[in-house]
Unconditional design. Structure first.
Lengths: 261, 273, 256
């Protein structure tokens, strides 16, 4: 009985400490960023003026040229996903503890892909623009880098969760390494492969809408240009298109996921 | 059933009118793959990537990577505070989003909302907030409140709010209806049901979503500087624009370390939760 | 008749220091149906896995068809494994593949690497796999996905996969531990009759003594990694059974 009370007390103390820690962190952040409710609320008027007078209604006449840009965004996101998934497919077999040929290979691949993953796509684009110049090449390449980084990790995690008993059963029949990979590992890995790749497509579409802002082409470039030229109604039309593209991608991928898995 | 000792018949449980039908090959999966392959080629064609530029650019990129060494740390007096500012923007934005979404999520969850209209309106707003990327929100807020970290905080708060309402509401909707019913039967009111029945059940899910969101937001806050919404992204933009690759490399390293350590930390926390 | 399998001074110590098997000695003759009994954690699973080298023995010899197999290289191990079928407690089928594809996995050891990886099995192998499925009463299920079957049906696919190897020896590790009594009887009947008809030698791990008594031509009792009974079922007295299951170092959680 005493022990239970003691544990409860400790737990309550832990929660209290966590609460103070988070509150402290928040206050520290608020001071550091000069956050003030006054400014937020006084900004409300400006924001609503801006939204209702400048942004709305969207300029439908501009949709013709914007359509080309949004399609470019879609193309970049899709190519980034396919190329990224193919590269990650190979790398993940090297990066998963269950399938790697050697632990050193595993560490190297994991470190390499962690760099790709932990530098945001927009920053990759910023760096790549210096070498490749403005255009879709930069956008596509930075999406590929991000996809390889993300997918290698989640694919490898999926491979590590595979039921080892089933692999043991194939070993027991005298199968070779590649036969076991193809006949035992891959069928178990397939649903995860599809689900994560589709999710990556969603991430890529989101990322590619903004990658254009630093010169990666697509709708982001159009939005950036519109803001610089104060063509806000064009900007809001672009945002509407982004909305449609992201929602329809989400809808389609969820349908495909349901059917295949 | 067979008598003991008599080992046949063995397949008594199958009915005889069932015939093995060779299933059609999974047409849907094949169709998706075929379409994907064709669409991929179409995309490549439409993007019209200049492959000679791709090659030349790669050579340039490798040269540039070489030039980036060694990283120039002399600017650390500006870079480190900017990194801290990014972190603060992310923390404050996430906290604001979590607090507001805790209220709105219960209004958006279909099993708890006062009525379906409220749920759909809240969900609609959440979709709008979550679909518009953070950096576009930042651009909008910059027009309203000027440059600096404040529009960054607001942008992160709004975009995260959209996602958190969605996932929090889903967590609440997934919970066992019986529990709510039991509390309702005991005469509890709306607030009591949420405080005593719902929150204890979904708290783990909410915590892990919050951690995930903070992880994403720290990544996002590093790029907000690109449009002038504070933080380390601005330092990187400046360095790249002035072709100061050594400084840019140092800044990129700082960004990597920031996001990488958050990923490590959140993996630890996930293990604990 | 020469023994098909000899186990001599077999010892297995796991890297954490657990002694799973100690000084195990026995011979298996063609046509025997041996049931290994013992409490969970006694080392039954380790014993079977040392025979086909899914687990590497620490010391001692395993001799299969007159040949020491504990020292041979990886390629030869695969050839030996082709002749030894294995049936598992958890069936270990590949869920998303069809029943007949799972049975054909028994032919992988005989199929070229690339053909096997792509699942291009010969017509002869497919016909044989279908024959085996008919024998265990699953011909109507052959195109279903493995995860659509009931537990008992899954285990019959597991047996079929072992049979597709045309094995000389079948190792069955707790084949009925995850099944209900009715399916358990069907599975044991299948293993028993098929081994008898095809003259396949079998070593079956079980923890139910009554089932062991009913099918075994010989029973081996293991306790804490050592053989404490080896003989005909009729010689297995109540005292010996108590001895096997008494003071067993029963782990709190059933170790697999």
């Amino acid at each position: 009985m005493n022990m239970i009370q003691e544990l409860k007390k400790r737990k309550r103390l832990q929660i209290l400490l966590l609460f103070f820690f988070v509150t402290g962190l928040t206050i520290w952040s608020a001071i550091g960023t000069n956050f003030s409710f006054y400014e937020v609320f006084s900004g409300f008027g400006l924001i609503s003026n801006f939204v209702f007078l400048d942004l709305l209604p969207p300029d439908i006449a501009a949709s013709g040229t914007l359509l080309e840009a949004i399609l470019e965004t879609l193309y970049m996101g899709f190519v980034g996903m396919v190329v990224g998934a193919l590269i990650a497919l190979v790398l993940s077999f090297l990066a998963a503890s269950t399938t790697t040929p050697h632990p050193v290979v595993q560490v190297i691949v994991r470190a390499f892909t962690s760099i790709m993953r932990n530098i945001p796509g927009l920053i990759w684009a910023l760096i790549l623009v210096a070498s490749y110049g403005i255009g879709v090449t930069v956008g596509t390449l930075s999406l590929i880098l991000g996809s390889v980084g993300f997918l290698t990790r989640v694919f490898a995690d999926t491979l590590e969760e595979i039921d080892t008993g089933k692999i043991e059963a194939l070993h027991a029949t005298g199968s070779s390494y590649f036969q076991i990979l193809a006949q035992g590992v891959f069928p178990q890995f397939f649903p995860g492969f599809i689900a994560w790749s589709l999710y990556n497509l969603e991430l890529n579409i989101r990322a590619s809408t903004i990658i254009g802002m630093v010169g990666g082409g697509g709708i982001g470039f159009a939005i950036q240009k519109g803001i610089k030229l104060f063509q806000y109604k064009e900007v809001s039309m672009a945002i509407v298109l982004v909305l449609i593209l992201i929602l329809s991608t989400e809808f389609l991928t969820s349908k495909i996921r349901e059917r295949i898995i | 059933m067979s008598r003991d000792g008599n080992v046949y018949p063995l397949n008594a449980q199958e009915s005889d009118n069932e015939i093995a039908i060779k299933p059609k090959k999974d047409l849907f999966t094949r169709g998706v793959f075929a379409f994907g392959a064709v669409f991929f080629l179409f995309c490549l064609y439409q993007l019209n990537i200049d492959y000679s530029n791709l090659l030349a650019g790669t050579v340039d990129f490798i040269t540039m990577l070489g030039e980036m060494f060694p990283p120039d740390v002399s600017e650390w007096k500006y870079v480190i505070p900017a990194a801290i500012e990014s972190l603060q923007v992310a923390i404050l934005g996430t906290v604001i989003a979590v607090v507001i979404s805790l209220v709105l999520a219960f209004l958006a969850a279909e099993n708890l909302a006062p009525n379906n209209l409220v749920a759909s309106i809240v969900k609609g707003f959440a979709t709008l907030m979550r679909v518009i990327p953070t950096i576009i929100w930042a651009l909008i807020f910059i027009v309203a409140v000027g440059l600096g970290p404040l529009p960054g905080v607001l942008a992160i708060a709004v975009h995260s709010l959209g996602m958190l309402i969605k996932v929090f509401a889903q967590s609440v909707e997934e919970m066992d209806d019986g529990k709510i019913e039991a509390l309702r039967a005991s005469g509890a009111n709306w607030i009591q049901i949420i405080a005593q029945g719902v929150i204890p059940t979904v708290v783990t899910a909410l915590l892990s979503w919050t951690i995930l969101r903070l992880e994403i937001d720290i990544g996002e806050s590093t790029i907000l500087g690109l449009v002038g919404a504070g933080g380390i992204g601005w330092e990187l933009t400046r360095a790249m624009r002035s072709y100061d690759f050594n400084a840019a490399f140092f800044i990129a390293m700082v960004i990597f370390v920031m996001i990488f350590s958050v990923e490590m930390l959140s993996n630890r926390l996930k293990l604990k939760v | 008749m020469n023994p098909i399998l000899q186990v001599e001074n077999l010892k297995k110590v796991y890297s954490d220091g657990t002694v799973a098997l100690n000084n195990i000695n026995f011979e298996v003759h063609p046509g025997e149906f041996i049931v290994v009994i013992g409490p969970s954690g006694a080392g039954k699973s380790t014993l079977l896995r040392c025979i086909n080298r899914l687990v590497e023995p620490t010391s001692g010899d395993v001799v299969f068809k007159g040949k020491k197999i504990n020292k041979i290289g990886a390629r030869q191990v695969k050839q030996v494994r082709r002749e030894i079928g294995m049936v598992f407690q958890n069936f270990n089928l590949i869920d998303r593949l069809s029943v007949v594809n799972n049975v054909l996995h028994g032919r992988l050891g005989y199929t070229g690497t690339i053909k096997g990886a792509l699942g291009l099995f010969s017509k002869k192998d497919i016909a044989e796999a279908e024959e085996i499925l008919e024998r265990v009463g699953l011909s109507k299920q052959k195109y279903k996905r493995a995860d659509e079957l009931s537990g008992g049906q899954m285990q019959r696919v597991g047996i079929s996969r072992a049979l597709a190897q045309r094995p000389r020896l079948i190792l069955a590790d707790e084949p009925i531990a995850s099944l209900d009594p009715a399916s358990s009887k069907i599975i044991m009947d299948h293993i028993f009759t098929i081994c008898k008809e095809d003259k396949i030698t079998a070593i079956v791990n079980l923890h139910q003594v009554d089932v062991a008594m009913k099918y075994a031509t010989r029973i081996i009792g293991i306790k804490s990694g050592e053989v404490i009974f080896d003989g005909q079922p009729s010689h297995l007295t109540k005292n010996i059974i108590d001895e096997i299951y008494s003071n067993a170092k029963q782990p709190l959680v059933n170790a697999q």
